[in-house]
Design a protein around this ligand. Structure first.
Ligand code: ADP
Ligand code: MG
Length: 626
């Protein structure tokens, strides 16, 4: 029960929006339950008519029932008998009876009595499933969008600690499991609960003693249910774990296919996948066992009940009508119980996913926009890093007490060994992370007080990881400024040295570049991202090893585009390849998160310290030609 509550508590927020259809679905479900229960009465009514009419149409056992009832609730007997008689009187001309003449009404009644009942039952069944299906499709859609929205608001540290497969599983399969629950689970809970109550009421009406007798066996069903429910949940948890590993591996395989092929790792990768798939099957089968074991177990329990019932009926010599009605009722009861039991297992399994979704929804971004952010419309004076300390993990500072002022219009180069904290500097400037101590400010306004939009609007980033989306070339460039016109896009492309190769593409600017820009070379992709920065026309340009992943021919072309882009802008250029920093007004050298040297390129070379040594390794010497 706890798990059903968990699932509905989480779903309630999404279900509320569609309450009209939800209520319609639940109401139709309740009608289905009642229609289902009415079959017992129908079965008894028809069977009773195989005997000639008695002065009182109520069986002997039923009389005892009413006798008993009278003790519990006086006055009820009279009302019940009244209702029964009126119902019988209304139905009598429409149903045939042994020993009485068949007129057209009775023929029609005999032909249509059961079809009408079945139509009522199946149309409410369809209607209820349709409405709840309608609701659940939308709820899941909303939920997926909300999870994605949540992901997008979370900070980079969240993505650093999460596995891609885990995030994929949450958004795809955790929600899918929940969908099943809401779609069929909610419907079944209502339908079958009403069925059970209706059937029990009908049975009690037919024969009170027999009903108590039949119900004694119901609690026996709870034992296997509890055991199997726990088993199902355990299996679901283990399945999710294996699923995460599997989708993570899949993402890895697809995104690193070049290296995998180069090292002939295909076989090893397939083996890893197979192993995880086997694991998934193993846990999946445990879930199947739990779910499917419910039926046979409950069937056996219910038949024990039926056996005892038959014996009881023989002993008390109940009427044949009661017997048929009763047998049908007990069967219907156990069918409903079995369905509810399956729903129980389903909810147990889905609760694992719901807990994972709730976990994501509770997650808060570590970098938050202030409630009333300042909007900066332009960049006027300077960027300052004041006593900034930062580490990705506590106790391991990457930047320590870092100070740097970058006046407007200056081009600053940042050099340093790999791992010295250069990209971290860029991450902090874009406020992907907040410093642990100190502050970064633009024109005297701390980044923490600015709106994300105005902060990031001031800057354009061209980095080593070249990101091209599976859209047209023009759309890819326009990502820098969503309102860009085609003319602006073309100008930006020309400035970025990209126009010539773009017009040679099959559909020019409207060529789809393929996922991750697969149809373009590295240099071409980088020039598209430089065009993107051009069209953005931001006053601050941040370059993080923009040419590091390119070969030297492509590098020269891209460097030309970058030099052009850097004109009249404030530039922070991070580079491992020092030649790219030669034109900077000032170069700072980072080591272990601290500035160890600072000056013009030539000055640093002449000082003969770490920078000069690094440069010498790259074939650059003081006074030399680059
Ligand atoms: P650089 O760009 O100078 O090569 P980085 O700024 O990328 O160096 O990294 C500086 C240090 O921070 C390195 O020791 C690196 O291992 C660590 N680091 C970088 N990114 C992360 C991260 N997402 N989580 C934890 N540590 C990180
Ligand atoms: Mg780096």
């Amino acid at each position: 029960m706890g798990n059903i509550k968990t699932v509905f508590k989480f779903g309630a927020h999404y279900l509320r929006r569609y309450w009209v259809r939800l209520c319609a679905g639940l109401l139709l479900g309740a009608l289905f339950g009642l229609a289902n229960a009415s079959f017992i009465g129908a079965a008894k009514a028809i069977t009773d008519r195989f005997q000639p009419a008695k002065p009182v149409s109520v069986g002997a056992a039923a009389s005892t029932t009413e006798h008993q009832l009278d003790k519990v609730a006086p006055g009820l007997k009279a009302r019940l008998a009244n209702f029964k008689n009126r119902l019988n009187a209304a139905m009598d001309p429409w149903l045939p009876r042994v020993g009485e003449a068949l007129d057209w009404r009775r023929i029609l009644g005999a032909l249509l009595f059961l079809p009408l009942l079945v139509t009522l039952r199946s149309s409410t069944d369809y209607g209820s499933s349709y409405c709840l299906g309608w609701v659940s499709e939308r709820v899941i859609n909303d939920m997926r969008i909300e999870v994605l929205h949540k992901f997008s608001t979370l900070s980079l540290d969240f993505f650093n600690r999460s596995k891609t497969g885990d995030l994929l599983t949450r958004i795809n399969s955790d929600t899918a499991k929940l969908q099943n629950c809401l779609k069929s689970g909610a419907a079944e809970i209502v339908k079958e609960s009403v069925s059970i109550i209706g059937v029990i009421a009908m049975l009690a009406w037919l024969n009170w003693h027999l009903t108590v007798f039949a119900l004694v066996f119901l609690p026996a069903c709870l034992v296997p249910l509890a055991v199997l429910g726990r088993k199902a949940r355990r299996a679901a948890k283990a399945s999710v774990k294996a699923e995460i590993l599997q989708s993570s591996q899949l993402v890895e395989l697809i995104s690193s296919i070049r290296v995998i092929k180069a090292y002939s790792l295909e076989g090893q990768q397939v083996n890893r996948y197979t192993k995880l798939a086997r694991e998934l099957v193993r846990h999946g089968m445990k879930g199947v066992q739990a779910r499917e074991m419910i039926n046979p177990l409950l069937e056996v329990v219910s038949m024990l009940g039926v056996g005892a019932l038959i014996l009881y009926i023989f002993k008390t010599q109940t009427s044949i009508g009661d017997f048929v009605g009763f047998l049908y009722g007990v069967m219907a009861l156990f069918i409903s119980v079995r369905k509810l039991a399956k729903v129980h297992i389903m909810f147990k399994q889905a609760s694992v996913g719901v807990e994972r979704l709730a976990e994501i929804m509770r997650e808060e971004p570590s970098v938050k926009e202030p409630s009333s952010p300042k909007i900066l419309t332009g960049f006027r004076s300077e960027i300052r890093f004041d006593n900034v300390s930062f580490g990705y993990v506590p106790d391991r500072l990457v930047l320590q007490d870092f100070n740097l002022a970058i006046p407007r219009g200056m081009q600053v180069g940042v050099a340093g060994a790999s791992g010295s904290g250069k990209s971290t500097l860029v991450n902090l400037l874009f406020r992907f992370y907040d410093p642990a101590q100190g502050a970064i400010s633009i024109d005297g306004v701390p980044l923490r007080e600015m709106s994300f939009g105005s902060l990031r609007g001031l800057m354009a980033l061209v980095s080593q990881e070249i990101v091209v989306f599976d859209q047209t070339v023009a759309e890819n460039i326009a990502l820098g400024k969503p309102t860009a016109t085609r003319a602006e896009i073309e100008t930006a492309a020309r400035e970025a040295n990209a126009h010539e190769f773009i017009v040679r593409l099959p559909q020019g600017y409207d060529t789809l570049v393929g996922e991750r820009g697969a149809t373009l070379s590295g240099g071409q992709r980088q020039r598209i991202s430089i065009a993107r920065a051009f069209v953005r026309n931001a006053p601050i340009l941040v370059l993080d090893e923009a040419t590091a992943s390119l070969d030297s021919a492509a590098e020269a072309e891209v460097q030309r585009a970058i030099d052009h882009l850097a004109e009249h802008r404030t530039v922070i250029s991070v580079a491992h390849r020092l030649s790219t920093l030669a034109k900077c007004d000032r170069v700072v050298v980072l080591s272990h998160g601290k500035i160890v040297e600072s000056g013009t390129f030539e000055e640093l070379l002449r000082q003969g310290n770490a920078f000069a040594a690094m440069a010498a390794r790259q074939g650059i010497v003081a006074g030399g030609n680059l």
